[in-house]
Design a protein around this ligand. Sequence first.
Ligand code: ATP
Ligand code: SF4
Ligand code: MG
Length: 368
Amino acid sequence: MPLLSVDELKVTFAGHGRRATTAVSGVSFDVDEGQVVGLVGESGCGKSVTSLALMGLLPAKGVRVEGRADYRGTDLLSLSPSRLRDLRGTQLAMIFQDPLSSLNPVVPIGVQVTEILSRHRGLRGQAARDEAATLLDRVGIPDPRRRLKEYPHQLSGGMRQRALIAMAVACAPRLLIADEPTTALDVTIQAQILELLKELVDQQGTALLMITHDLGVVAGLCDEVNVLYAGKVVESADRRTLFAEPAHPYAHGLLNSIPRLDAPRGQPLNPVRGSINDQIAWADGCAFAPRCDFYTLDCLQGTPELGPLNADAVAGHQVRCVNPVREPLAVTTLAEVGAGGDPPAEAAAPKGAPKTAPKAAPKEETSE
Ligand SMILES: Nc1ncnc2c1ncn2[C@@H]1O[C@H](COP(=O)(O)OP(=O)(O)OP(=O)(O)O)[C@@H](O)[C@H]1O
Ligand code: SF4
Ligand SMILES: [Mg+2]
């Protein structure tokens, strides 16, 4: 049985006079003990809202959360706030995307870390301070004893992020949700933090839900990957399958957009065209249709279902698309994004755009 099983999670924000926004629209995935599961997608696709819903950290008013999130047999979405508070810090922990607003600005870092150690591990006084210094040291904060006495505004953005990571790993949680934990960090610290997270997973069996838009992080860390678009999972697969044979045009485009250092000078980059604002409501068809090079009129016959690519599909490889891509990737391989793997795939044939794609819905409309 998975440690966490999310089933049809849906989060809707009230519109306050305008139409409501469905930020997460029926997301399902599992996380096993000791497994790293990635949630990947561009800005605004619902990654943070998914994690906040699982941790019970969305505002109590103006938000409707539906679905189930079974954690060891208990539905997190229907737990009382006090029971959830007990679980957070002991069994569930989260590294937030925005470190400044997640730390208390008027309390020194040391007090914030030792508070956790005292509440959840019973450490007091010098023992708690020593452990706090060790934790800051582990996440690469230089001169940790001095830093313990400082306030969040006295630390750099990267140090604040590392302090948050130290707080999240302090109690060796069973499930850690990391929301873009390395985005604000330079590459050497980033590597150190990823190593630390790997260590937690390998040595303590922590399950890690890794939220990121960095495909290098996904390739280096994740076992399973869920690609989100406009609040829905559009492709899910084990990492190797996703990088070798992405079948959803959006996932395919994301991997194709990774720049190559060995590309000939002047070769243009290959971005996914348009932006996440160019979407139609899922109820009217595939939300990705306005940006899709593979669009046909079939794409507008209601919401495409998430299902296996075909009868020979790798177990667990699911795609939400009526015309999945069957071409090899033009440029991307696991090796190129840092995870090792097969030699480069052959260049893909040029893609055709069979019909003019539909126009995007107005921005303020709900995605469902
Ligand atoms: N409190 C809120 N009230 C109304 N809408 C919200 C609220 N929080 C998030 N949203 C909307 O939900 C959608 C998903 O937001 P979310 O923060 O989950 O994006 P994300 O995938 O984490 O993006 P990023 O990569 O930029 O962090 C966005 O359209 C956002 O505007
Ligand atoms: S081919 Fe159709 S269903 Fe598939 S991603 Fe493109 S628009 Fe969506
Ligand atoms: Mg976010």
